[in-house]
Design a protein around this ligand. Structure first.
Ligand code: HEM
Length: 159
């Protein structure tokens, strides 16, 4: 009787330890590479097609060309739609207080797509970009990240 009890106790402890072990094994996930912020002074003069990430699916950039010259960067963003009449590199609240000269208008490309050319303070960092809805007549706050991943390594100095 006692032997049977010890046997069952043994199995119980074994299963408890096993369950505990498997609970501790972390799920295997690919680490996300964290790209450092890149400033205009760290990129060779030239034009590069890059990816833009927007905080909202309501601001969709279908093509983005980054131009670097003399330590400054700007990006030509071709929008997916016609909804926005202008953008502002800041929050909508600041846009309302700022002078209209700071508002960035669009030009139309050969396909009728709206293109906004904005200054870019840095790559791989969050930048405020308010977008003016023509229909709603108001600024919408968006956050953009211009990604450096598609720029060839030899065009960047990572110091
Ligand atoms: C599946 C649903 C939706 C999709 C896929 C979608 C997609 C988009 C896209 C791509 C834009 C950017 C337009 C541009 O590049 O000019 C946009 C803008 C906008 N969307 Fe949506 N949207 C959806 C639903 C809605 C709903 C339900 C509302 C409102 C209740 C809304 C309100 C707006 C507003 C105010 C803008 C700003 C530009 C404008 O007024 O046209 N959207 N949306």
């Amino acid at each position: 009787m006692q032997k049977r009890f010890i046997f069952l106790l043994g199995i119980f402890i074994f299963l408890t330890v096993l369950a505990g072990c498997s609970a501790d094994i972390p799920e295997e996930t690919e680490p996300e590479p964290v790209m450092p912020v890149i400033l205009g002074t760290q990129i060779a003069d030239g034009s590069y097609e890059i990816d833009v990430e927007a905080s909202s699916s309501m601001f969709r950039v279908v093509k983005c060309v980054l131009t670097a010259a003399n330590g400054e960067m700007q990006a030509e963003m071709t929008m997916s739609g016609q909804g926005y009449g202008m953008v502002y590199m800041g929050t909508g609240e600041k846009a309302l207080l700022d002078s209209e000269e700071k508002y960035i208008p669009f030009v139309l490309d050969e396909n009728g797509g709206k293109v906004f050319t904005v200054p870019v303070e840095g790559l791989n960092m969050e930048l405020d970009c308010a977008a003016w809805s023509i229909r709603k007549e108001k600024w919408y706050d968006r956050t953009l990240i211009f990604h450096s991943e598609r720029i060839p390594a030899e065009s960047l100095s990572m110091e």
